[in-house]
Design a protein around this ligand. Structure first.
Ligand SMILES: [Zn+2]
Length: 447
């Protein structure tokens, strides 16, 4: 008998890799935060003596969801400004509120609320773009959440940085230290969008990204208005600018990519660019629907993100995954487009690949981090149960997520957040609502 830290025995397990595999009565063995074995439960009982043995008789175990794009701290602006098109939403509501209230305190409280919601819904890794990224990283480490921290890069002053040099310097500092080779935190550059940077700044960023071997993510072709405005200003589509500047490559994560030409799709596929598909945010801001079946058949890696809670308004990867599958079928006019197992892969392993973490997370395989999500499928809404994968994608709800482990640590135990003080979160959320409401009223009086 070998000793192990934890043995998790669900009724079903979908490891995601290899594709289309559904295991019955298997156990996952966890040691030092990583998956050390995946084997039939009967064998596991004979071979292992665990410190903790967790049986989940009505449950499906999957890799934790990877939220490929969000702005975690914006949970504090959930419902703050709804029913507005993208440009008005940003310029008239979100940016004025951010200008007034941006601080390390807002980012810490908003990120904590976001992480609580994400863990509760089975997400074990999120890719973030927001101000005070060092605070986002600290908060994630404090709560034992895995995160890809995108350092914001723009050319106008904010509470975090005064000009492009300061943004790039602070970004480089964060990438260097203390998160090189951290167990939970990875870092990347996150220029907001092509309209936020000059060609010179992009070139500077590219040189730094090459030197530091760091990935880049950017909002790209989110709305038709973004593309039209760029054409008017510079005579070039945002994609063309990035391509000419040498930024279209395999370390790029293009967020949204709703409006792409066939020629652009081909270049994306050839270059190995990844796409973060954020369907609910695109619908809510009326930005359009990304033709992801087209991207997938071109061979592009498509991941799923929730975007921030100010434009979604939830950080719920289960419903985001379902939305992605349903929209793909409708836009492709093909009910076979994006099957349940493909949707789950997009929400897990494709997300890991989009962040450059496919060797570490995204599937239940030996030596990967034990980032695991367990979903209770015993509810009436999942009966009768023919196929656990189908029930997960097409009928399960986020509140059916029962357990979550990140790097082997049990963070959601039978539906309860173990390390998070939810009373404190509720109190702080109310305080921020009161503060932001004041700025909303001031803003509208000034217009
Ligand atoms: Zn975004």
């Amino acid at each position: 008998m070998q000793h192990c830290d934890t043995l998790i025995a669900p009724r079903w397990c979908i490891p995601v890799e290899p594709a289309n595999l559904l295991l019955h009565e298997h156990a996952v063995v966890v040691n030092d935060g990583r998956i050390s074995d995946l084997l039939p439960l009967a064998d596991a009982r004979r071979e292992y003596q665990p410190s903790v043995f967790i049986e989940k008789p009505d449950h499906l175990l999957i890799p934790g969801f990877v939220n490929a794009h969000t702005h975690a701290a914006m949970t504090l602006m959930r419902g703050f400004a709804d029913d507005l098109p993208l440009e008005d939403w940003l310029r008239k509501a979100i940016w004025p509120a951010e200008t007034r209230w941006m601080s390390a305190e807002l980012v810490r409280d908003g990120t904590e609320l976001a992480i609580a919601e994400m863990i509760r819904g089975g997400t074990t890794c999120f890719s973030d773009q927001y101000f005070f990224p060092e605070i986002v990283a600290e908060t994630a480490v404090d709560l034992h959440m895995r995160a890809m921290i995108g350092t914001p890069i723009i050319e106008f002053p904010t509470a975090w940085a005064a000009d492009i040099s300061e943004y790039l310097n602070k970004a480089s500092d964060l990438v260097h230290d203390p998160y090189a080779d951290h167990a939970l935190i990875s870092t990347c550059f996150a220029p907001h969008s092509t309209s936020a940077l000059s060609d010179e700044s992009f070139l500077e960023l590219r040189v730094l990204a090459d030197q530091l071997d760091v990935r880049t993510q950017i909002h790209l072709h989110e709305s038709a208005a973004e593309v039209t405005a760029a054409l008017q200003q510079s005579g070039r589509r945002p994609f063309d600018r990035l391509h000419e500047l040498g930024l279209v490559n395999a370390s790029l994560l293009a967020v949204h990519a709703v409006h792409m030409s066939d020629a652009e799709i081909e270049i994306f596929a050839e270059s190995g660019v990844n796409i973060a598909h954020c369907p609910r945010s695109n619908l809510k801001l009326a930005s359009g629907i990304a033709p992801i079946e087209k991207y997938r058949s071109a061979g592009i890696n498509v991941a799923i993100g929730t975007d921030g809670a100010a434009s979604n308004n939830a950080l719920d990867m289960l419903s985001e995954m379902r939305m992605a599958a349903l929209l793909a079928k409708a836009t492709a006019a093909d009910a076979a487009a994006v099957s349940a197992s493909e949707a789950l892969r997009m929400a897990t392993l494709n997300g890991a690949a989009a962040l450059g973490l496919a060797d570490e997370i995204g599937s239940i395989e030996k030596a990967k981090w034990a980032d695991l999500t367990c979903v209770d499928l015993s509810g009436l809404n999942n009966q009768p149960l023919y196929d656990p994968g189908s029930q997960l994608v097409y009928s399960a709800r986020a509140d059916q997520v029962s357990d979550v482990w990140i790097a082997g640590k049990h963070l959601l135990d039978n539906g309860k957040l173990v390390h998070i003080d939810t009373d404190k979160l509720l109190k702080r959320s109310n305080e921020w609502r009161d503060r932001l409401t004041t700025s909303k009223h001031t803003g509208s009086n000034n217009e």
